[in-house]
Write a protein that binds this ligand. Structure first.
Ligand SMILES: Cc1cc2nc3c(=O)[nH]c(=O)nc-3n(C[C@H](O)[C@H](O)[C@H](O)COP(=O)(O)OP(=O)(O)OC[C@H]3O[C@@H](n4cnc5c(N)ncnc54)[C@H](O)[C@@H]3O)c2cc1C
Length: 402
């Protein structure tokens, strides 16, 4: 694997840096730093997405024939890395990275023409209706029923942990259209308008008091049969395709390195108990160095996957390894931040958002104000998109052959 950049790639990276220097506003950067949840709120997200869309870079992972940039895997990596190192917000994966590849791989021509431009313009904000009470790790046990009635499906059931369902106008969902065979066989993939009669969204507040996830109830929800993606019963195949993109669709290491460097920077101003600053404390330096090495190892694994993709190979189950490592490192960095601020890092403000004109002044610093909430929210990393135990099993079976 050659990790030297070509001249053309260096020029591309410089173009991205110039764009970030002019288009990533301090307001969006500050709001991102003060967001404790996994997803940023739509106000921040949409401002950043619109700037990228104006430059033609929002669909940076899509092929050119579907309105994407058509960038090489190396260009995509460089773009993500520069955005992360500049403190840009994560783009929501739901429409752009999860649904869009499903639409251009399995969707009809009508679905491609209708939905893809609306994801880019921001007209549609999607949520993912996969998990149900009793069907998370064992997703194929899902029970939400879709029964064909003329040109429509009638849907009954409930979805849970649905991120940003309270902001979304559409949901892509897995539903059961057949109960007769193996449980994986009777699942279909369908698109639901959130304003259809019978859809109700109930908030679930997380440990830190944030409203990021929901339970969605579906009662006699009538959906046009043309909203089915792929064939009836093809939902499990599509779900596996989507989950592979969810686990391996992005490089995690640059963002982790950025967040670690922010904690390191703050330690230079944090007094220790001996009249110096924490950044000079040998034990602190050891923890930071260990973490940095772990994140750099993840970076190398992600670069190896990138090299595979560039050579036409699919990432496959290696994405479970990066999801596992990235989730655990995210939690370690967020714990380091809480330790850095000591008692000030233990505050848990009830007010949201922690940015903008209506937010209260931080007690010590913005970093201290958000540290505990971020630590609590990042417990979710080892759960969503497949838990640590589930990823470990995939690695054991498919990578290690155990
Ligand atoms: C913040 C957050 C956001 C989410 N967003 C969404 C979303 O937008 N859309 C969506 O559809 N879902 C979403 N999820 C749901 C997420 O995918 C599930 O929570 C996850 O798949 C785990 O399922 P579960 O919660 O039902 O736990 P369970 O599957 O009941 O697992 C409970 C525990 O048992 C362990 N376990 C289960 N099965 C096995 C096994 N076979 N071997 C070993 N251990 C096992 C698990 O690892 C876990 O520790 C979100 C979850 C969170 C926390």
């Amino acid at each position: 694997m050659d990790i030297q950049l070509s001249k053309a790639d260096e020029e591309f990276r410089d173009t991205v840096r110039e764009f970030l220097a002019t288009e990533l506003s301090p307001t969006v950067r500050e709001a991102t730093a003060q967001t404790p949840t996994v997803f940023v709120e739509p106000d921040i997200h949409n401002a950043w997405a619109a700037a990228l869309n104006r430059r033609g870079w929002l669909a940076y992972q899509w092929p050119a024939e579907h309105g994407g940039t058509g960038w090489t895997p190396v260009q995509r990596y460089l773009f993500e890395k520069e955005c992360a190192l500049a403190g840009a917000p994560n783009l929501t994966v739901l429409g752009l990275k999860l649904l869009a590849p499903v639409i251009f791989t399995y969707g009809s021509e009508e679905q491609k023409a209708y939905y893809l431009p609306r994801i880019l313009s921001g007209e549609d904000y999607w949520c993912q209706g996969f998990s149900e009470p009793g069907a998370g790790s064992d997703l194929a046990s899902l029970k939400t029923r879709a029964v064909r009635d003329g040109d429509e499906y009638v849907i009954n059931g409930s979805k849970i942990w649905t991120t940003h369902a309270h902001h979304a106008n559409r949901m892509f969902a897995l539903v059961r259209t057949d109960n007769s065979g193996r449980k994986q066989q009777g699942i279909s993939f369908i698109l639901i308008d959130m304003d259809t009669p019978g859809v109700a969204v109930r908030p679930i507040y997380t440990l830190a008091g944030d409203h990021e996830v929901n339970q969605v109830f579906l009662e006699d929800v009538r959906v046009p049969a043309s909203n089915l993606v792929g064939e009836e019963g093809q939902g499990w195949e599509i779900a596996k395709f989507l989950l592979e993109n969810e686990r391996g669709g992005s490089c995690h290491a640059p963002k982790l390195l950025y967040d670690l460097s922010m904690v390191e920077k703050a330690a230079a101003d944090e007094p220790d108990a001996r009249g110096g600053v924490l950044a000079d404390d040998p034990e602190w330096r050891r923890r930071v160095a260990e973490l940095r090495l772990e994140v750099q190892s993840l970076d190398m694994i992600e670069l190896k996957i990138l090299a595979d993709i560039a050579n036409g190979r699919k990432p496959g189950p290696q994405t479970s390894l990066t999801k596992l490592l990235a989730s655990q490192l995210r939690q370690k960095i967020d714990l380091l931040a809480v330790d850095l601020y000591g008692p000030a890092g233990l505050q848990l403000p009830a007010q949201r958002p922690l940015y903008g004109d209506n937010s209260s002044d931080p007690f010590i610093s913005g970093g201290a104000q958000v540290a505990s909430a971020r630590y609590l929210n990042s417990r979710a990393w080892t759960i969503f998109g497949g838990t640590d135990e589930v990823q470990s099993t995939i690695i054991a079976k498919t990578v290690l052959g155990l």
